[in-house]
Write a protein that binds this ligand. Structure first.
Ligand code: GLC
Length: 753
């Protein structure tokens, strides 16, 4: 017996040194991973496929395990999540280094919109339509997170969402696959920077694969049922773009897709991701989703759940312990071939090699670097700029008798009443999926009150009243709010939902602004003072009273650490708002799902005046309250001179188009110009409009610039009923818009064989 163990030990030691001292040029990473895998026992291999939450800050139903250290030392854990900071990650890594093969742990964290510096929630950032800004935001998040011991972020979330009752709409990029694909790629490149192995790069994790955002009824974790054609045309493109951008990992999703849970869905994970798309990274389950297949009724027990997941291509088990509990037996029972285990383990080991963790398991545990990166003032400056770019100006009218709209406010305004339950809030501004960094001042946030105060000189009197709570029907604070408003030249009212009313497991059937906040607006409007409304939310809310009666509205979402400064920058005109909505805003829940790229139907509803035998509601407009692509500016833009290089385009050719954009206002401004196409006739019905191009153009007052787009066959293609990606000859409408409804220029062309 002793001899056996001795020879085992000798082989292992020799083997490790052989691998670790092999030179890069003659051993590729996959060969190194292969060599390490060959040294591993089955239990150690399964250990690499096992991921535990740290003992705090669970982001799911936590299973208490008081022997994590023991399991890590036995090589039975491959990764930890929600473990933050160089000290804490070093502690766990030191234990891993006491294991037989010294395979380092991977530390993962939901760094979704910033780490210590919190950026706007992803749906807000998507309003910027600024890929450089979005990429930079992820880059800074990665720089901070990697300095704090994190190797891997569970982001970007790229789920297309068309139902704002679903709380996780806040986490993605809205309703459109074209914009969503561009943003997915930008975020992956931001997180991974110049490549894995760089000290400031973290592995991206594209989630939730797939179609999680189409949960029936907007209820989180609910079933998803759709044709494969819709899946390919709308829900998969952002995942494909993220994979093409080099994403290191994917995370599958809680939902069942057409009756098969995504975690056990071979079609998604093997046929599409690892097959068609050639994905070489690894797939992690979502929290407990392997075991949850029992609840789905798709498997009977843990044994069957693990069999289903590993067979379908799920490489790592987050927190369900099904792999730990059953994979050894599944191999012994010859239900799971060792090759499947080895494939998963090697995918995981390869990423650990790419991250440089075998060379130095502590390379991300540098306390000095952590202090430096988490306190770099440049990060806050950039967060402020990106936050200002995420604010959507929804309305900006003149008060009666005034020649100019209310906004921007003058910094010389004599007195301002800043009212509402979110004015002095701090953490609320971080939105959901912020990161709690131990020892880091969670008040590292500029409140909206502070931001406005920072902006104003001593001559402006800034008055405050809370007015009411976010929820509840108590109006006791109204009198004070009215009294404060009556002393002011202008009122700013900051209302909305709580930051944790959107996010995971935050589906709501009623998405109106909660409580009596709109009643507060009513009494403030009755004072006759100009009222600017700030709406803070993680989702499109319903606020018809505010929309119809407030003279000025800014949708401020949740803007993160620099919320107050960014809001003040826009309120007082230091930044001209340029954001445009990446998602349609419904008039009420009855209108959901509502999205711009819908089919025409056989009885199209095209106006609110005719409801006779057409696809309209008898009691509600067919149009959203605010459409996809909508957002105002303090200046105006004129679109003119649309020209096409030809009226006919061969599939093998491309078609050039150009138009002129002029800033006809008095302020420098950025305009997001949008290119939409409509394929008039297709073998599958085609949407009335599809975003096929956009650009963000900065123009000085009076400046005109020629904007150009190139149309290719790719942009005219779609999935036909055989799931072939085809461009069919025929007529196309071309629309240039300031939003999906505000079409400024139109033309048509023909695609010919
Ligand atoms: C959660 C979320 C997922 C997250 C994971 C780890 O349940 O669904 O997005 O990355 O668990 O926190």
């Amino acid at each position: 017996m002793r001899i056996k163990y001795l020879s085992h030990f000798v082989i292992t030691v020799f083997g490790i040194f052989a691998v670790l001292f092999s030179t890069a040029q003659n051993r590729s990473i996959s060969q190194k991973a292969d060599s390490v895998c060959k040294l591993m026992t089955l239990e150690e291999k399964i250990g690499q496929m096992n991921q535990y939450n740290d003992d705090w800050n669970a982001t799911g139903p936590l299973t208490l395990d008081n022997d994590k250290a023991g399991q890590i030392q036995l090589g039975q854990v491959g990764s930890m999540l929600n473990c933050v900071g160089t000290a804490r990650t070093r502690k766990w890594q030191e234990i891993a280094m006491r294991s037989r093969l010294k395979i380092p742990l991977l530390f993962g964290q939901d760094v979704v919109h910033g780490f210590k510096t919190t950026f706007p929630i992803p749906l807000a950032e998507a309003c910027s339509w600024d890929m450089d800004a979005i990429r930079l935001s992820a880059r800074i998040a990665a720089t901070e997170a990697s300095a704090a011991g994190i190797h891997w972020t569970f982001a970007p979330m790229v789920d297309i969402a068309r139902d704002p009752r679903w709380g996780r709409v806040m986490e993605g990029a809205g309703e459109d696959p074209f914009l969503g694909s561009a943003i997915a790629a930008a975020r992956v490149k931001g997180f991974q920077g110049e490549g894995l192995g760089k000290l400031n790069a973290v592995m991206a994790c594209v989630k939730h694969f797939a179609a999680y955002g189409a949960a029936i009824g907007g209820r989180d974790y609910n079933s998803v049922d759709m044709s494969n054609r819709l899946l390919w045309e709308v829900y998969l493109p952002p995942f494909k773009a993220a994979a093409a951008a080099g994403a290191a990992t994917f995370m599958n999703s809680f939902n069942d897709l057409n009756g098969v849970p995504a975690t056990g869905n071979r079609y998604l994970q093997r046929d599409i991701l690892k097959g068609k798309w050639g994905f070489k990274g690894f797939v992690v389950s979502d929290w407990g989703s392997i075991g949850e297949m029992i609840n789905h009724g798709n498997v009977k027990n843990e044994y069957e759940a693990a069999l289903s997941a590993i067979t379908a291509g799920c490489d790592m088990d987050m927190e369900s312990r099904n792999y730990k509990h059953t994979l050894v037996q599944l191999v012994k029972d010859k239900k799971v071939p060792m090759a499947l285990i080895d494939e998963a383990v090697k995918r995981i080991l390869q990423k650990k090699f790419e991250m440089g963790l075998f060379d130095d398991p502590y390379r991300f545990c540098d306390a000095a670097r952590e202090t430096k990166e988490l306190n770099d003032p440049a990060h806050a400056t950039i967060a402020r700029q990106i936050a200002a770019k995420s604010i959507v100006l929804l309305k900006n009218e003149n008060m009666p008798g005034q020649t100019n709209p209310i906004l921007p406010l003058s910094k010389q305004t004599h007195s301002i009443a800043f009212i509402g339950p979110l004015v002095k809030a701090l953490k609320q501004n971080k939105g959901f999926w912020d990161v709690e960094v131990p020892g880091v001042d969670s008040n590292f946030i500029v409140s909206q009150w502070e931001g406005v105060k920072n902006k104003l000189g001593a001559d402006t009197k800034l008055l405050y009243a809370k007015g009411c709570d976010i929820e509840g029907d108590n109006k006791d604070g109204f009198a004070e709010a009215v009294a404060v408003a009556q002393q002011a030249d202008v009122v700013i009212l900051s209302i909305g939902e709580r930051r944790d009313m959107s996010g995971e497991a935050k589906s709501r059937s009623n998405i109106n602004i909660p409580g009596v906040q709109e009643d507060l607006l009513k009494v403030l409007l009755a004072t006759g003072k100009p009222v600017v409304v700030l709406i803070n939310a993680g989702r499109p809310l319903v606020f018809n009273y505010t929309a119809d009666h407030a003279p000025a509205i800014m949708y401020t979402w949740w803007l993160g650490s620099e919320a107050g400064n960014a809001i003040a920058d826009v309120l007082f005109g230091d930044v001209n708002p340029s954001a445009k909505l990446p998602i349609s805003f419904p008039r009420n829940e009855g209108q959901i799902p509502i999205y711009y790229s819908h089919f025409n139907t056989g009885r199209p509803a095209t106006s609110d005046t005719n409801r006779n035998y057409n696809s309209s509601y008898n009691d509600l407009s067919i149009f959203p309250k605010y459409e996809f692509g909508f957002g105002l500016s303090y200046t105006k833009f004129e679109y003119s001179h649309l020209q096409l290089s030809s009226k006919k385009m061969k599939a093998s050719d491309q078609l050039e188009l150009s138009f002129e954009l002029t800033n006809t206002g008095k302020m420098v401004g950025d305009e997001v110009v949008q290119l939409y196409l409509r394929d008039r006739v297709g073998s599958i019905c085609r949407p009335v409009s599809e975003l096929k191009g956009f650009d963000k153009i900065k123009l000085n007052p009076g400046e005109t610039r020629t904007i150009r787009f190139t149309l290719t066959k790719e942009l005219l293609s779609f999935y036909n009923d055989q799931l072939n990606w085809v461009a069919e000859p025929g007529e196309f409408e071309l629309m240039i818009g300031a939003s999906s409804r505000d079409i400024r220029l139109k033309d048509q062309f023909e695609l010919i064989k």
